[in-house]
Ligand binder design. Sequence first.
Ligand code: GLV
Length: 271
Amino acid sequence: CLLTDKIDGEVMDSFGPQLKIIANMAVGFDNVDTQEAKKRGIMIANTPGVLTNTVAEHTFALMLSIAHRIPEADKFTRAGKYENWAPMLMLGNDLSGKTLGVVGLGRIGSRVAHHAARGFEMKVLYYDINRNEEFEKEFGAVYMPLDDVLKQSDFISIHVPLLDSTRHLINPEKLKLMKPTAYLVNTSRGPIVDEAALADALKNNVIRGAALDVFEFEPKITPELLTLDNVILTPHIASATEETRSNMSALAANNIIEGLEGRTPPNLLKN
Ligand code: GLV
């Protein structure tokens, strides 16, 4: 199934007792009710690993695009408005030398932190429920409570799964902690950010900009966001490269084959 398919107990029952495995073609599996699956002895598998680098690349594509104002500049150029080179035309911001706050240092978050530290010489701060001292040593990353990460970062990138504890993790109070010059990037799950509060914050310059690949009420988007120039919106395509989508579908298929042939699917969730 896809991440847009909500698989609850009722859906599971509609398949009858022959339902053995739910193979999500996504790494996130918040669309599947894991407790209901466990009660029925149904296996769940996801597609971790193969999309890590692609999502990290998309995160950087978004970060670079918002900081260098690429969509705005493209619109401006196509509209025939480029008449003179000017020292102050469409000023953006550098990534290099800035501080990146990574919220959630899992597979994708740590890949983003790797690119930031190695590729852009950014200082990396991070928050996670677990500290990773080995990672800190390797990349000079600094572990901090969430509020401090939000206060001190120039770019904030969200990489936590959607859980009860992460829903609206970024709310009006958290947005107020961020620097007025900060950029927020979300490639994880929409409901982690209170989208109405973010639209308000962008409109009132509480933060400088945002780039979102995921939305709270996907595929619906808070209409106000569509009117703002300081936000970039992509339609949940962070893993959408030919290479990665092909690997994800092969992995999902393989999970199904292994599960149905009585072996352990390689990406079985321990729920
Ligand atoms: C995409 O959002 C995924 O979870 O794979």
